[in-house]
Design a protein around this ligand. Structure first.
Ligand code: PSU
Ligand code: MN
Length: 303
């Protein structure tokens, strides 16, 4: 297994010294945001993690290797290159063997983080059960990964491009805890609230670390969702964004978008229809998650 892992110097040193490390995904760079905001955000997020006492490890596939920690040039490449493959669990073997460029989703990043011994992962949004999944069966592999891979995932809740209720039911079946960070209500990415409650509320990084440690000490496999609401000043009016999302969903259906193209298509449409406002919100919430996530990574090293 080790032959596939390649660490940046920064991450290698952090591992040797037992410093807190935060995993970051690359699909958000290659398929989740437009250039150049994607690269700029990736850099800023890494810096926020450093400023809050942890070491960032952005993960991606390059030339048959799983890179744990990207250089500045590599970040730029993932933001800008054409034909980077969106990489989930099913894609890892093929993309490594063929030495293609792969941007890892939440599912694949969790797998690689666990292989690298990283317990905490920060992102913006996770995949989930899509609306209409009862006929399309479009359920993100991210949910299965949360059920079986030992990495805690900080995100801004579930987007309403998904069926949030069904996503929560699925997570309940799979035994994945959904934790509200300083909130009783599940945030919905662009908005601080949804109509759904979280399973448990926590109010500090130490509480998150303690519950993850207890779960893993028991040998219970899987991660957790740490849902951190978007800062108020960047949040959107629910009625506004939900109207936009409805339009984006309609267009996706008309154009017959399916499989792994659904989420990137919807994100792009929402950005277009909000005239870039959704991108601004997306950037702000990822940065906020980076700050909270670094704190949790620090707390985990003390548990
Ligand atoms: N949600 C976002 N931005 C993203 C994604 C989700 O707001 O970039 C990406 C993540 O990488 C996530 C993936 O793991 O989309 C889910 O894709 P799918 O729904 O095809 O499983
Ligand atoms: Mn899907």
């Amino acid at each position: 297994m080790k032959q596939y892992l390649s660490y940046s110097q920064e991450v290698l040193e952090a591992k040797e010294k037992g410093l807190p490390i935060v995993a970051l995904e690359s699909t958000i760079i290659s398929h989740g945001m437009p250039y150049p905001q994607n690269v700029q955000t990736a850099r800023e997020v890494e810096q926020i993690i450093r400023d809050n006492g942890a070491v960032p490890a952005t993960i991606a596939l390059i030339d048959g290797q799983i890179k744990i920690g990207l250089s500045d040039e590599e970040l730029e490449m993932f933001g800008n290159a054409q034909g980077v493959a969106k990489t989930s669990r099913r894609d890892l073997g093929y993309l490594l063997a063929t030495k293609k460029l792969g941007a890892t989703t939440v599912a694949a990043t969790m797998i690689c983080a666990e292989l690298a011994g990283i317990e905490l992962f920060v992102t913006g949004g996770i995949g989930g059960v899509h609306r209409g999944a009862e006929t399309t069966m479009d359920i993100s592999a991210d949910l299965e990964e949360l059920a079986m891979t030992n990495v805690a995932v900080v995100c801004a809740g579930a987007k309403s491009i998904l069926d949030i209720g069904l996503t929560l039911e699925y997570l309940e079946t799979k035994g994945v805890p959904v934790i509200g960070y300083e909130t009783d209500v599940l945030p919905a990415f662009y908005t601080r609230e949804s109509e759904f409650a979280v399973n448990f509320r926590v109010d500090s990084a130490e509480e998150v670390a303690a519950m993850m440690r207890a779960k893993w000490d028991l040998g219970l496999r899987g991660g957790a969702i740490i849902a951190n609401p978007i800062p108020v000043e960047h949040s959107m009016e629910a009625s506004f964004i939900n109207g936009i999302i409805a339009k984006a969903l309609e267009e996706a259906e008309q154009q017959g978008i399916a499989g792994k193209n659904v989420t990137p298509f919807l994100l792009g449409k929402v950005k277009e229809l909000t005239e870039g406002k959704s991108l601004e919100s997306n950037i702000a919430l990822v940065k906020h998650n980076a700050k909270i996530g670094a704190g949790i990574a620090v707390a985990l090293t003390k548990k």
